[in-house]
Design a protein around this ligand. Structure first.
Ligand code: ADP
Ligand code: ZN
Length: 690
């Protein structure tokens, strides 16, 4: 409902009967009760639990759960179209196509745009039919229910392994369970979980599929439509405001059976959520890094457990967290070990860069060069992968050694030739590429160092002059639509050499792609991140998995300076279980996730001294934490010591998994009166340490 709060109008939720004393005379009337389904008890409980776990104040949780635009607006009307009762005398091809649609979908009412698009005609053809009376126009409320999905339509013919996996998931049906659906890239995990969706819909319950990347949705929606005869509801930042409101409302009324979306779809008001699929569950983008700091994968498990639903975590390279939960018996596991049909897993090899001779400022080794040329000759595609956006990561002054940095962050500016500017990857600030060194004012001495995806593309264009080279990087597309079009063009084989960042690693299908070359496999192994080995393993395996997805076999090549490194060896097809077991042992001994708990506490302020002083006071007075056996490290400058002009000081808290860390943190933080100029952020289970 909408209520007055001071001079403002805000959304409110009826939570529980009022308690305590209040001055009745001061109460004000509700402005309006919204035309939406009431919030369920299970949702309240879910929000409360997420709030308790992540230490997020309840109002912030409620905002997350009601974040649809215009919920309070009166419903406007719009026109929809059905078959009319006048026969057309002069039939044309285009008219015929429109009328055929009504025959095919007698129950459905279309909007003008939907009708024109589905029949592949212009809107004037439809308008003409309306004038003749062959098509009837009706006005209906704007927020229409989603078309029904039909789970009884035939599925694809499943392989024996897939069939067994589906049967296993169906065996789970009653009540809560979590299953890790592990399967090599191209094994048909999507086909398998679509059958779990079908089973869920047949029970009359709702299903939610979370994807890590908007660019993946359109391909997925097409598959859903092929399976169930209609498209599901969508929820992500690329969806229009009206459509978001429609989805929010219809999910609440039970008029959307299936939602495909980003992590925040978890907070939609489902009436009866029977299944949550988290695809690519290892993906670090499931962790929300600002606002409410939650991990959608873990919260999916929580939500399902509160409503007696099933969770399916799908991945070719599961997170160590999920691996450990399988080991300890908390999650079940299915393993699809081979690709569907004739497709084989790519062969994986290393190129030892110590043995290759390359001219300066070149990154494609002679061996890799030759392999790409061979592919171009036979009309197959190659992907050259580098996980770095922009042209070059460093702009350096050869006179004074200064590296051009961001004015408000402790970060280097990255040159983006495509934009003709330098950009800070922390705050997004850009500035023109300087001609003179900002530090020593020397002219003409600035040079770029190291490769980014744009520079690699330049090298490839020079090496393969007759080939078509295209870059796929998230920052090069103004809109989701442009990106989608580019991905479709790549899949159709319009390009010989694809140069890509990690965007290409995620789930896309490029049938003609038979060679993947990783330019710098060592890149992710540097640094001290707890998950460096795990992330590198996952990313390299995912990228390699793009090769040879159809009938032609694929090869994946890692350019590396340390082919004997245990992680590189594990990636190259060594023994995967041993890699996980070793990694798990190391983390267990160190008492870090998933075997222990870490909490990142960051204090930020425009005043560096202030942040440090408070940090020191907090570290000194940490009895509530030490009482439960937690250790406190710091304060120290955070790895990125300044972002957007704010200095950042970090304290790290380490505790055992069973310790009541949230209560202790709350008690600890409550001891300090923080100045307004200081921000405190507490990140339970941080994914990145910056
Ligand atoms: P994954 O999700 O494990 O990467 P997908 O479900 O995307 O795998 O399957 C890979 C490819 O194989 C897709 O093009 C898919 O349509 C096809 N495929 C998988 N299983 C079947 C099946 N049973 N029948 C026909 N095609 C299938
Ligand atoms: Zn910056």
């Amino acid at each position: 409902m909408e209520v007055p709060l001071g001079p403002r109008k805000v959304l409110g939720v009826v939570w529980a009967p009022g308690m305590g004393d209040f001055d009745y005379a001061k109460t004000r009337s509700v402005i309006q009760v919204l035309d939406v389904a009431p919030m369920l008890q299970s949702m309240q409980k879910f929000l409360r639990r997420v709030s308790d776990y992540t230490l997020t104040p309840m109002p912030k949780m409620l905002r997350l759960a009601t974040r649809a635009p215009g919920l309070g607006d009166p419903t406007s009307m719009r026109h929809v179209y059905r078959i009319g009762d006048v026969e057309v005398t002069r039939m044309t091809d285009t008219r015929q196509r429109v009328l055929a649609l009504f025959e095919e979908f007698p129950e459905q009412c279309f909007t003008l745009k939907e009708l024109a698009e589905a029949a592949e005609v212009t809107t004037s053809v439809v308008r003409g039919l309306v004038k003749l009376g062959a098509v009837a126009e009706h006005a209906t409320p704007q927020d229409m229910p989603f078309p029904m999905l039909d789970p009884s339509l035939p599925s694809k013919k499943l392989s024996d392994d897939q069939e067994a996996a589906v049967e296993y998931l169906k065996g789970n049906e009653a009540g809560y369970s979590t299953t890790l659906l592990k399967g090599v890239t191209g094994s048909g995990k999507t086909e398998v979980y679509l059958e779990a969706v079908a089973a869920c819909l047949k029970q009359g319950r709702q299903a939610l599929v979370l994807l890590p990347e908007i660019a993946l949705t359109s391909e997925f929606l097409t598959r859903v439509e092929a399976r169930f005869g209609a498209r599901p509801a969508e929820w992500h930042s690329g969806v229009t405001m009206t459509e978001r409101r429609r989805t929010w409302k219809m999910v609440g009324q039970g008029n959307a059976q299936m939602v495909v979306g980003a992590r925040s779809a978890l907070f939609l008001p489902f009436q009866d959520l029977g299944l949550i699929v988290v695809d690519e569950e290892h993906d670090s983008s499931y962790k929300q890094e600002d606002g409410v700091l939650y991990n959608a994968r873990d919260m999916a498990v929580l939500r399902a457990s509160l409503v007696g639903g099933q969770v399916v975590l799908a991945s070719a390279t599961p997170s160590l967290e999920s691996w450990a939960n399988v080991e300890s018996g908390k999650y079940r596991k299915i393993d699809l070990k081979s690709r569907f049909g004739v497709a084989k897993m790519p062969e994986m090899r290393a190129i030892d860069m110590r043995k290759e001779t390359l001219p300066g400022d070149c990154w494609i080794s002679p061996s890799l060069h030759k392999m790409v040329v061979d592919r171009i000759k036979v009309g197959e595609q190659s992907l050259l992968f580098i996980n770095r956006r922009g042209y070059a990561p460093v702009t350096l002054c050869r006179a004074c050694g200064n590296q051009v940095g961001c004015d408000s962050c402790d970060a280097r500016m990255v040159e983006h030739r495509f934009l003709k500017r330098l950009m800070c990857h922390q705050c997004g600030e850009t500035k023109p590429v300087p001609k003179i060194c900002p530090s020593c004012k020397a002219e003409g001495r600035l040079a770029v160092v190291g490769p980014g995806v744009e520079r690699l593309a330049e090298e490839a264009t020079a090496l393969f002059p007759d080939a078509k080279v295209a870059v796929l990087s998230s920052d090069m597309f103004g809109s989701a639509r442009a990106l989608k079009a580019q991905i479709a063009a790549l899949a159709a084989g319009e390009v010989d050499v694809i140069i890509g960042t990690q965007l290409v690693a995620k789930g896309h299908n490029f049938p003609l792609l038979t060679l993947v070359g990783v330019i710098d496999a060592d890149l992710g192994l540097q640094g001290s991140d707890l998950r460096a080995a795990e992330r590198t393993f996952q990313l390299m395996r995912q990228v390699a998995g793009r090769a040879g997805r159809s009938d032609k076999p694929g090869v994946a090549i890692l350019q590396t300076h340390q082919p004997e490194h245990p992680v590189i060896r594990a990636i190259l097809g060594g023994d995967e279980e041993t890699f996980w077991r070793t990694e798990a042992r190391e983390r267990e001994v160190a008492g870090v996730p998933p075997y222990g708990r870490l909490v990142g506490v960051v204090l930020s302020s425009n005043n560096e001294q202030e942040a440090f002083d408070v940090g020191q006071a907090m570290a000194r007075n940490c009895i509530p934490l030490t009482k439960i056996g937690a250790q406190v490290f710091g304060p120290a400058p955070a790895p990125i010591a300044r972002i957007r002009g704010r200095h950042r000081v970090r304290i790290l808290v380490k505790a055992s998994k069973s310790a009541p860390i949230q209560t202790a943190l709350t008690e600890w933080a409550a001891q300090f009166e923080l100045p307004n100029s200081l921000r405190l952020s507490i990140d339970i289970d941080p994914q990145s340490f910056y």
